[in-house]
Ligand binder design. Structure first.
Ligand SMILES: NC(=O)C1=CN([C@@H]2O[C@H](COP(=O)(O)OP(=O)(O)OC[C@H]3O[C@@H](n4cnc5c(N)ncnc54)[C@H](O)[C@@H]3O)[C@@H](O)[C@H]2O)C=CC1
Ligand SMILES: O=P(O)(O)OC[C@H]1O[C@](O)(CO)[C@@H](O)[C@@H]1O
Length: 389
């Protein structure tokens, strides 16, 4: 049983690779990081440590790696695989699509056994997005053939894996909690199930519940924490003002989710409480720069801030915390993050209204646009008052 997994990073090693290996798959990681590829290939194993009191650990065996820049080799591995997964970042999917298409073409020329390809990224419809990118590289005839055997089930993945700072570049520390949900309605043929995966017939409620609670709350802790001068989520989540912003927004997105999907209100409240506990896990150090990374992606119309705000707005649910969080994201001025730098340059050159319109796609006459710009002005004022002190 062979798995090819793109991205030997934190989630790749600390979550997806771990579960695939424990389920009996031989895992071939594909990455462009030469150090990771060489070490995985030479050692054939790595260690995962849990962020709990005992620091429990497990050795993940039966793994190897290939260089993502060697497209021919990657294609061969895909042609021979039983499953393909990714955890590279949603914006990287287009860059791996060519190699996947080459692998599919090779596979089809060899008879074409069924193949599920699952993108494990923080996005709605990640696998579907990957399929679109892959199909851009296939001929019309090949697309028809691929439709018979290659499937792209969407998925939701939830496990907090911060930036790693160990002497061993392969060692990865992860929170004990994990949830990997896969849309089984898309899967065909004989499929060797992955232990620990929750297979569902309808993914949308799960991915929206996760993205608009875990990821919404987490990025608000990051953006509000950044404005208050904190460096880690653990520090920010000790500040009652930051906690109030996070909880306020989760009540707004929660009210929308409960109404949209008829979730039980008390269970959703428990879900929120559990997530807040996960954010403050004292055995983890999670940097604000990581959790707030790529603010342009995070304020895009289908992502964790604007989408729940819009869905709530349409249900007449007021969203003062969510709109303030979008304003805070617009103030995430972290030079080491390319999207933050791009966003700040755009705001300097074109003003905040143009930025809201361009990046959130909320037109200037949309009431949420006005709310965001009002909050932006207030936060800017607060920031300059604080720095004058
Ligand atoms: N870290 C976390 O707690 C969670 C992350 N995610 C999602 O998982 C995905 C990966 O995140 P992380 O593991 O944190 O990032 P990461 O940066 O640790 O790992 C990404 C890996 O992809 C590799 N990569 C980049 N371009 C590539 C290419 N063209 N071909 C092959 N490999 C390539 C990088 O070298 C890196 O090793 C993202 O979509 C993220 O939103 C989802 C849930 C939790
Ligand atoms: O990986 P992204 O989408 O940049 O966002 C970071 C988020 O991913 C997570 O690592 C886990 O879902 C959260 O810690 C955080 O909300």
């Amino acid at each position: 049983m062979k798995a090819v997994h793109f991205g030997a990073g934190n989630i790749g090693r600390g979550f997806i690779g771990l579960l695939l290996s424990k389920s009996g798959y031989e895992v071939t990681f594909v990455d462009v990081n030469d150090t990771l590829v060489e070490l995985l290939r030479n050692k054939g194993q790595y260690k995962v440590t849990l962020a709990n009191e005992q620091a429990d650990s497990v050795i993940v065996e039966n793994v190897t790696a290939i260089d993502g820049k060697n497209t021919a080799l990657v294609a061969e591995a895909i042609a021979d695989a039983d499953i393909v997964t990714t955890a590279v970042g949603v914006s990287v999917l287009k860059h791996i699509a060519g190699a996947i298409a080459e692998g599919i073409a090779l596979r089809l020329s060899n008879g074409g056994r069924p193949l599920p390809i699952i993108a494990c990224e923080n996005a709605i419809g990640g696998s579907t997005q990957l399929k679109h990118h892959v199909y851009e590289h296939l001929s019309e005839a090949m697309k028809v053939q691929a439709d018979q055997t290659v499937v792209f089930p969407d998925a939701a993945v939830d496990r907090i894996v911060p930036l790693q700072q160990h002497d061993d570049p392969l060692l990865v520390t992860v929170e004990p909690f994990f949830e990997w949900t896969v849309d089984r309605s898309a899967i065909r043929g004989d499929f060797h199930k992955i232990h620990g995966v929750h297979y569902v017939d309808q993914l949308l409620p799960y991915i929206e519940r996760k993205l608009f609670t875990v990821n919404t709350g987490h990025c608000i802790a990051a953006y509000q924490g950044f404005l208050s001068g904190y460096e880690t989520i653990q520090q920010a989540m000790k500040d009652p003002a930051v906690i109030a912003e996070v909880k306020g927004a989760l009540l707004e997105s929660g009210a929308m989710l409960v109404k949209t999907y008829s979730f039980d209100e008390a269970s959703h409240q428990q879900y929120i409480e559990q997530i807040l506990e996960r954010f403050i896990n004292p055995y983890l150090t999670d940097e604000i720069i990581r959790v707030g990374r790529s603010p342009i992606r995070k304020i895009s119309p289908n992502d964790r801030l604007v989408k729940p705000a819009l869905m709530a707005y349409k249900l007449d649910i007021p969203v003062p915390h969510l709109t303030r969080a979008i304003a805070a994201a617009l103030l995430f001025d972290e030079g080491s993050d390319p999207e933050s730098a791009e966003l700040q340059t755009y705001i300097r050159e074109h003003g905040v209204h143009a930025a809201i319109e361009k990046f959130t796609e909320l037109s200037s006459d949309h009431p949420l646009h006005a709310q965001i710009s009002t909050e932006y002005a207030k936060l800017t004022e607060q920031r300059s008052q604080a720095s004058a002190k």
